[in-house]
Structures are given as structure tokens and as C-alpha cells.
Design a protein around this ligand. Structure first.
Ligand code: HMG
Ligand code: MG
Length: 306
């Protein structure tokens, strides 16, 4: 069933992390911070600001600590960062980070390629992060990638997704973001995975969807998530993004596309779509390419012909 008019959605803006991590142009921390400041001014209230990972593998996320330093004192927004291990968590804790996210994959091969360890080793790495964050009063989000298909192994069993996802929640993650990393999912798969979690007693309010739009199915999958009671969706301004360890995978569902859908369905995101289009247009100039978002394209050309 679709949500009632007036229902609030929570958008987690991931462009400054997922959006920029795969770009050929590496942006300076000052500019990334300015991007975040501008995103905040559109009403976005949750933003993934960067990641504390090895800059040898993800050069675009180098200087994430400097991004946080630039944003010190920014109000009205929850800023988070990816922390895959103790080193990343310690680096994050030395900043003003408000929340961290641990990430692992549902398939062994993607986990190995992405984080240089097995899924069991990921769980072992996360245990002390969750213990320490509880003591520090820091929230931890959990990500599970390739839930609808792996670029190396193909299909991934629902039972495996549900087992690993449940483990992250049991360990203390307050929310589990389910990643269709390579954008292969269809609404039926979203329903099947939601059935799997429901059978384990996991409510939709603990789940979020992180949908890449490689094959143009992401927005349909958002609707499937809405039908199943999910109210939190990751999205990326302009549709920027991709995973460096998922060859050919394109960006997340565009925030503009989700906000347009929500607005027209009478759902509330708190985000000013017109202002967001301007921010994505500004970022596009820095990256030297137009956003892929269909809504952005329609609204931008309408602005230009005005
Ligand atoms: P590791 O296992 O220690 O191994 O790192 P390593 O081969 O990277 O090498 C070790 C070196 O890394 C050592 O330095 C460590 O000190 C250093 P050296 O002795 O060579 O000078 N090191 C670090 N440096 C900075 N920050 C750290 C850190 N840890 C160790 N945190 C690690 C494991 C996961 C850190 C590494 O493999 C890595 O950085 N991988 C990149 C992972 C990544 O960022 N992937 C993209 C994000 S995930 C994603 O996009 C999916 C998502 O969007 C959801 C979806 O779409 O499904 C979330
Ligand atoms: Mg992603």
C-alpha cells in the first residue's frame, strides 16, 4: 500500500561521498565542504560527508577530516562518514562527525575486493566500533551491499542478505541500508527481500534502500520500498555516484527524482527541489558534466529558457 499523503520521508544525501568517490576529478576538501553547506541550505537534513578509508584506493575521499573541520558548527544537519575499520573509526572520532557508517557486502567476492577481507572479518572489525560508539553515544548505520546481485558472483541468496543484515542490526546498527550497488533490482526483488526481513521480525522502519540507477529501475524500486513501509532512502544530488569496486555501476537514484516523486505524491521530504537543482547545477560546473537526473534536466532547461 502506498503511504498516506503527508507522510514524511527521510532522505540520506550521499553525493558528497558516493557521488564524488568515483569521479575522475578529485575535489579539494574546501569545495566538498561548500557542496555540503549548499546541500544543507536546500533543507536536506542527513548527509554522508565522506569516508575514512585508504586514500590509495579512494583518492577522492582523501581529506575527509578537513571536510569536517570546514563544517564545524554547521547546524540543522546530521553529518556522517564511512568507517570500515578501527583506523577509520579512530580518524572519524578525531573530527566533529555526528554519526558513522560501517559497510560490508552480501557476497564474499565483493567484500574482499572492496574492503580486503572476508564478511566474517568485516563483522569482527565492526564489533569494537559498535562497542566504542555506544560508549561515546555515536550512532552507527550499517550498509549491506550487492543485496540484489553481485558484479562478480551474480545472484545473491535472500537468506544470506537477511542473515548478514540481521547481524548488523543485532550488533547495534540503528538502521540498515540495503545497497543495490550495481542497479539490477526490480520491484519484485525489493518485495522478496522485504518479505525475508519481515519473516525475521525486522520492521521496515529499521531499513533503508540505497539504490543505484544503472538500469533505470531505481525510482520504481523506491515506490516498491514505499509500498512496504520503508521511509528512508539514500539518494544523490544530480544522480552522481558509483562504487569503484562495481565496474560499470552508475550513480544512486537522483535526489531530484525522489523529491519530485515525493512532492507529486503528497509526501514530505523537507527539501526545496528548485534550490537543489541549483546546487546540482553548481556542482556540475566543477565536475565538467551535466547531472544525469531526468528531473534536473527538465527543470534546468526550463530555468534556462525562462
Ligand atoms: P586494509 O585491510 O588495512 O588493507 O584496509 P589495505 O590493503 O588497504 O592496506 C593497508 C594500509 O592501509 C596500511 O597503510 C594501513 O595503515 C592503511 P600502509 O602501511 O600501506 O601505509 N589503512 C587505512 N588508511 C586510511 N584509512 C583507513 C585505513 N585502514 C587501513 N581506514 C580498507 C581496509 C577497507 C580500509 C581498505 O581496503 C579501503 O580503504 N578500501 C576502500 C573501500 C571503499 O571506500 N569503498 C567504497 C565505499 S563502499 C560503497 O561505495 C558501497 C555503498 O555505497 C553501498 C552500495 O552502493 O551498495 C556504501
Ligand atoms: Mg553506493
Amino acid at each position: 500500500m502506498l503511504p498516506e499523503s503527508g507522510t514524511e520521508l527521510s532522505i540520506v544525501e550521499v553525493a558528497p561521498r558516493d557521488g564524488l568517490q568515483n569521479e575522475a576529478i578529485v575535489l579539494a576538501p574546501k569545495l566538498r565542504a561548500e557542496f555540503i553547506r549548499r546541500l544543507t541550505s536546500t533543507g536536506i537534513s542527513r548527509i554522508e560527508a565522506g569516508s575514512f578509508v585508504n586514500p590509495k584506493w579512494i583518492p577522492a575521499m582523501a581529506g575527509t577530516a578537513d571536510v569536517f573541520a570546514e563544517l564545524d558548527g554547521l547546524n540543522g544537519v546530521r553529518l556522517s562518514a564511512l568507517t570500515p575499520n578501527a583506523r577509520g573509526f579512530a580518524d572519524a572520532c578525531a573530527t566533529s562527525v555526528g554519526e558513522v557508517a560501517v559497510f560490508m557486502s552480501a557476497s564474499e567476492t565483493h567484500n574482499q575486493k572492496n574492503t580486503n577481507c572476508s564478511t566474517q572479518e568485516s563483522v569482527d572489525r565492526f564489533a569494537p566500533i559498535l562497542e566504542q560508539s555506544t560508549a561515546l553515544g555515536l550512532r552507527v548505520r550499517g550498509y549491506l551491499s550487492v543485496v540484489a546481485g553481485c558484479p562478480y558472483e551474480g545472484s545473491v541468496a535472500v537468506s544470506r542478505v537477511v542473515r548478514l543484515g540481521s547481524r548488523l542490526l543485532e550488533m547495534g546498527c540503528y538502521e540498515l541500508s540495503l545497497g543495490d550497488t550495481i542497479g539490477v533490482a526490480t520491484p519484485r526483488q525489493i518485495h522478496t527481500l522485504m518479505d525475508g526481513f519481515a519473516a525475521e521480525g525486522i520492521d521496515s522502519d529499521r531499513l533503508a534502500w540505497h539504490l543505484h540507477d544503472t538500469r533505470g529501475t531505481a525510482l520504481a524500486n523506491v515506490v516498491a520500498g514505499l509500498e512496504r513501509g520503508v521511509r528512508t532512502f539514500d539518494a544523490s544530488a544530480g544522480g552522481l555516484g558509483g562504487c569503484p569496486y562495481a565496474p560499470g555501476a552508475s550513480g544512486n537514484v537522483a535526489t531530484e527524482d525522489v523529491v519530485y516523486l515525493a512532492d507529486q505524491m503528497g509526501l514530505s521530504t523537507g527539501i526545496d527541489l528548485d534550490a537543489l537543482v541549483d546546487v546540482s547545477g553548481w556542482m556540475a560546473e566543477h565536475l565538467g558534466k551535466a547531472p544525469v537526473s531526468r528531473v534536473w534536466q527538465a527543470m534546468w532547461s526550463a530555468k534556462e529558457t525562462r
